[in-house]
Design a protein around this ligand. Sequence first.
Ligand code: KE4
Length: 455
Amino acid sequence: MRTGSPEPSALHSIARKHEDGRMTTPTDGIGPKSRALNEITARLFPGGVSSPVRAFRGVGGEPPVIASAKGALLTDVDGREYVDMIGAWGPMILGHGHPEVEDAIIARIKRGIMTGTPSPDEADLGQLVVEMLPAVERLRFVVSGTEACMSALRLARGATGRNKVIKFEGCYHGHADAFLASAGSGALTFGTPDSPGVPPDVARDTIVVPYNDLEAVKTAFAENAGEVAALFVEPVTGNMGLIEPGEGFLAGLRSVCDEQGALLVFDEVMTGFRVHRGGAQALYGIKPDLTTFGKVIGGGLPVGAYGGRSDLMAQIAPEGAIYQAGTLAGSPVAMTAGYQTLSVLRREGVFEQIAATAARLAAALADEARAAGVPATGLSVGGMMGLWFADSAPSNLAEAQATDLERFRRYHGLMLDRGVHLPPSPFEAWFVSLAHDEAIVDRILTAHRDALSAL
Ligand code: KE4
């Protein structure tokens, strides 16, 4: 039975504006059609979702089922409209249905969807990426950030002949076994599996240290001298909420990796083209040995990539012996979505507008919360932002966990009821797009003021 969504014409916003300017939608949670679909998908999929975070386990309640998206707005199957602060977890930096991207995708589909052969489209996107990020001398396309990070780790291990990898607590590099390890006893010794199904021997090669703790990194290297193939870092984190690198942290990682003969891998799946046109490596002026990509690079279609130094990439099959492959890698339609997205993004003023909106919104949300007596800190880096219910921004996972998580959970529901769809977890960044204009920002602030009064 097809559960098709209602025709767009049948969808309408029921976000209502009261006389005093308050904007509310019915506070009965989600609508009946979402509820009915959630019952169907609960039987079909684990958690009723295609990816865990979408299940609202981090905030409680049930997710609205989204039927369509346009600009900065989502519309659910009951016709309820929401301002979108998830942005598909990063990719939709130009907003939903940007005309140039949409038209290019449709035109490419009509020339064929997938051939499993070289295509002009992968050459176009590859050249654009290399142009925008000089540290990426060569690259390989894959279809997700997980695949990009998994492949980069195999390359690092093959190129160095070492097995161990250092990562940071709270940083997420996709769901490959090696990255699903949490700090083992003493944090600086062996990793322990973060998930059933990860063999202890695999987790054992993963060393997990606190973010922004350069001394802990140096100790980890000292305790595993000559054994660390690579250090993976989210240069600005988004997977424990938005946390910025401390002064000198990234430069320190570069130095210690050079001293120890380990590869520095910037996981820019989220920060790539998001915190700066050239990614975090341009923003902070640090040259990683390898970079991983996802999200924005595909403009919403499945694209990941890993790339970096030519001498390393030359070791990847078929040029080298380190194997990695993929049926749908370099999909011409996905390449086109990514190429058009980056082409618009790199135009003068486009990125700056997105970043300015994120900065204004983060500051305004925090200022209004504090004025209402609610401790809050807002921050943004380029087009990603965060709002912490705390007097200051955390610098690592433990501090993030010490913020008022319960207040965030309540706030999330209040904002959803008022037509603003935040990421359903306090440990996720928020994403602003080119389509988040003044009217959208005002809509968010109106909902925010109303939510604060009920928080
Ligand atoms: P994917 O396999 O989900 O495309 O990428 C994994 C990944 C790798 N590295 C970083 C820095 C990432 O942020 C991600 C994926 N991010 C999550 C959001 N926190 C994707 C959302 C989801 O898992 O559904």
